[in-house]
Design a protein around this ligand. Structure first.
Ligand SMILES: *Cc1c(COP(=O)(O)O)cnc(C)c1O
Length: 384
């Protein structure tokens, strides 16, 4: 059996080990927030926003951001049907109603025309999730948000380092959130961050993140409101500081892996990969191949072929409206492309440090599958 090819894994160097060792050795008492504050400042500066609050997850960051906007029962929040559940769960936690819309055929991100159709008097926010490193059409979404008085939120967990006309993903909308889960471009094990240029939102999230204790509250054990407990630890932040120092290297490495896939797979008219439109940079968190309908290659075939070669390739996200907990909340199957594309797509392994020989092995699986499907069709044509 060939050695296993993982789909993602973190890139850890001596720097990460040194910072974490320092945090666990000295980062207590007076020093217990040092790495957290450093990570918040440096991350905000990397994205180009004024404020950041480090959190225990992206889900928590999104939960607090939505709460800070005052979103609750009776409100509707629009997002793409194609998403990981983390992008919608906080909407439900707050008692608001998620409204799922279809995706665009090339970026696989939410379709602004579908968003506009979904806006009602109850709509409060749009969550733009930059899928697999690809960017949402932020200009059109911002125009809609402004026209209808809605908040625009970026879930940029998969697009750290992506750029939209000179602006870093996550720093464009009212607020942005990121994940530092072990599968993401930069990791703290588990963790996330909230970023914004809006001072009011920042203060609100900062308070919420610390059990409702306002900054400057001198009375001990005195929460000013009911909050949450979504803080990042100093030890995690130390790991984050080291990763952030290497962010340009990490993003370049991801882009190089993607460029290699693009080069090798360019000869396959049967599939398309992540787009990178004029004026944007795709940080290539997750190289993804979508096969044409004509190729007749299916998700199930792809999964079988990759697992037979000991390669961990992952399925494209299922439509959220197809999941049991959302069955009654939306008209299932309305988002036609969300339901269609996931049946003929696959995520390709892309960790920093993947070898060219491993990328070749991944591409060979695809070449063989295309060749087999072609000969099957010829057999059918011959009546065999
Ligand atoms: C990974 C991911 C999340 C969840 O992040 P956690 O840190 O696990 O909460 C949210 N949104 C998107 C788009 C993600 O890819």
């Amino acid at each position: 059996m060939n050695s296993k090819i993982a789909y993602t894994k973190p890139s850890i160097t001596e720097l990460e080990i040194r910072y974490v060792t320092d945090a666990v050795t000295h980062g207590w008492g007076e020093q217990c927030y040092q790495y957290i504050e450093r990570l918040e400042q440096q991350f905000a500066s990397y994205i180009g926003t004024k404020y950041a609050v480090a959190t225990s997850s992206c889900t928590g960051a999104l939960h607090m951001g939505l709460a800070a906007l005052g979103i609750g029962p009776g409100d509707e929040v629009i997002l793409a049907d194609t998403n990981w559940i983390a992008s919608v769960a906080p909407v439900v936690y707050l008692g608001a109603k998620p409204v799922f819309v279809d995706i665009l055929p090339d970026s696989w991100c939410l379709d602004p025309t579908a968003v506009e159709r979904a806006i009602t008097a109850n709509t409060k926010a749009i969550i733009a999730v930059h899928l697999y490193g690809n960017l949402c059409e932020m200009a059109r979404l911002q125009a809609l948000a402004t026209k209808h008085g809605l908040a625009l939120i970026e879930d940029a967990a998969e697009a750290l380092g992506s750029e939209y006309h000179g602006q870093k993903a996550g720093g464009i909308a009212d607020f942005g959130v990121f994940s530092f889960h072990g599968t993401k471009t930069m990791t703290t094990g588990e963790g996330g961050i909230f970023i914004t240029n809006n001072a009011t939102l920042y203060e609100k999230v900062l308070t919420l993140s610390n059990h409702g204790r306002k900054r400057g509250q001198t009375k001990q054990f005195w929460p000013d409101e009911l909050g949450y407990k979504y803080k990042m630890s100093n030890i995690q932040a130390a790991l984050g500081c080291a990763q952030l120092e290497r962010i340009d290297e990490l993003v370049s490495a991801k882009r190089a892996v993607f460029a290699r896939y693009r080069e090798i797979l360019a000869q396959c008219s049967e599939l398309t990969l992540n787009p990178e439109p004029e004026g944007t940079i795709n940080s290539a968190w997750m190289p993804t191949a979508v096969f044409s309908k004509e190729s007749r290659i299916t998700r199930d075939q792809l999964q079988l072929a990759f697992s037979a070669e000991n390669i961990d390739a992952r399925v494209f996200f299922w439509p959220l409206s197809s999941l049991a907990m959302f069955k009654n909340s939306t008209e299932v199957g309305q988002a036609k492309l969300s339901y269609d594309i996931c049946q003929r797509a696959i995520n390709l392994p892309s960790f920093v440090g993947i070898k060219d020989t491993e990328i070749n092995r991944v591409c060979d699986v695809i070449f063989n599958l295309i060749a087999e499907n072609k000969s099957d069709k010829t057999d059918v044509a011959r009546g065999m």
